[in-house]
Design a protein around this ligand. Sequence first.
Ligand code: SF4
Length: 668
Amino acid sequence: RYPHLLSPLKIGNVTVRNRLMQTAHAKGFHAGNGLTNDRDIYYQAERAKGGIGLIVTGARHTHPHSTGPGRTLARGNREEIIERDREMCQAVQAQGGRIVAQLIHFGPQGRSGALDDYRVLWAPSTMKSPAYNEWAKEMTKAEMDEVSENFALTARYSKEAGFDGVELHYSHGYLHQQFLSFVYNKRTDEYGGSLENIVRFPIETLQRVRDEVGPDFMVGIRVSMDECTVDGMHADQAIEMTRLMVRTGLVDYVSATAGTYAAHADQIPPGDYPENWLVKDGARMRQAIREEADIPMFIVGHIVDPEAADQLVANGAADMVAMTRTQIADPEFANKLRDGREDEINHCIRCNQACIARLMVGNAISCVVNPAAGRERRFGAHTLMAATTPAHWLVIGGGPAGMKAALVLRQRGHRVTLVEAGDRLGGQLNLAARLPRREKFGFLPRDLERQLRKAGVEIRLNTRLDADQVAAFGADGVIVATGSRPLKTGFTSTRPAVDRVPGLDQDNVLSVVEVLENPDAVGRRVVLFDEDGGRYALGTAEFLLDRGHEVHLVSRFNALSPNLALTLDLPVNYRHVFEKGLEYTINSWVRSVDGQRAQLFNLFTDKNSQVLEADTFVIAAGHAAENTLYQSLQDRVSNLHCIGDALLPRPLQDVIYEGMLAGREMLN
Ligand code: SF4
């Protein structure tokens, strides 16, 4: 299978073993010194070992005025980086992979104060940055030359370190891409105003890099095919300017992408973005490149199906396919395709919650479905130790934490029995997957169940054990992962008025879980109280709107997505919820519910505000640990553990991490 996707590709003088690649992505691994470290090396080596063809490093700064979020990127223009980069290159190449260093100047998308000293931001024209709302100054010709020289210097260091090539980042709204954009480039000199002029600076940088590294070293460019803003650059222009850059003969490959910080959802699309959304314009760009030079083109854009990827290579729409989040979720993706082990793949659920959202709040990336991601030194495949004393473990609860713990215990050689009270595995993930445009959340329980069955875990559904039965079971160890139950009252606030709302015990007040389990119980008019921060509430609101209900959402927060990270970790684009007619009130909470009337009050003034009428009230107020069984087992069984929501309800990434940890580090 996949004969085209898994066939080798020659790029310049380098042969890559297959057409699967991982694009540059910030990982937040750097401890502030900007040097490659063990975490980087283990992360990349794990993916090379898993069979990927080409890895492009995270972008590396090339110049002191390229400031970005200071602690997330390497500084490729520091000579000290060569030594550890050499280790990274060797680690990847020893596994048969190829690795390219991506070079960047952040330009106006930097942060002037990100480093210890202040650096004014540089841009093609004086402008306010769409990224961090800072002013950036128009560059002089001397400054442009300096940037090109620094790209060349960084390329030299990259070559010395043993990289297979360098990629110049000319996309996503960074410095060179802004030169290529008529929205940002307002220059009246020879660097602005026409297609020939806007490519001049990117070509000058290319020329300096090529002069430095010579003809035999791979040099690629990453270009945006579309700025994804109303007045921004679109595919026709992108194709023509790429044509001009390729025509110089300086380029060994083109990696096509889209989006800028001004249209972030397009740069890092949420899960409901159409699959293969760039392929159509990409095929046009591929053709234009072919007319100019015999070099390959790479494509990205929510490509998740290997059949589709194989087809687009077969059709000549692209020569290499970037599936980056797929690789984060499963570093062994390529080998599993090659070996016919697709039933073992951990599919990315497009949640954006542990990769991008963690990065946005200053943490290193990881992955919801693969908590070892970013932690390969401690949890990589090579670290899984067989149990010294294989034992029989009983895992109670088939939600994500229990499933993960059961699988890892089994992989280590234990006998494992997994019992689940319900009629299917997956717990609340099955409900989350019912929310509109989140069906990919269902991949996770499906993948885990497949692997559990294949590994030989004994699964007993519809089995609710009480304490006596657990004690009589006679397992060597017991893990309780009984999950959580939804709350119907607020619990995070210290304000009694918020915590104890009269009337929330009425029959016409339902939790989000109750709504998803039994939507027919919901009346036509709904008021939804969001005490939990937006995510579940907005998804439930859309679920109800789709079923024809009128929905008014009342939020305690001053925005419907109060967490900064939610701008990126939302797995779907919530614009659609508002287009479907959601009414909402923010900064407010409910004073009381009486029959079909809810009295709201303003959280700033504490004064009563509007009265809302509804047939059903729904409350999204978080969850409480369901740990009754665990409590009753204390002192009755030895080697007893409690994990996941049963210990403390937390985001999905945390409970799966805990399941992995339990499986790896439990006694025995
Ligand atoms: Fe995919 Fe979510 Fe993992 Fe990111 S955290 S790679 S979106 S599964």
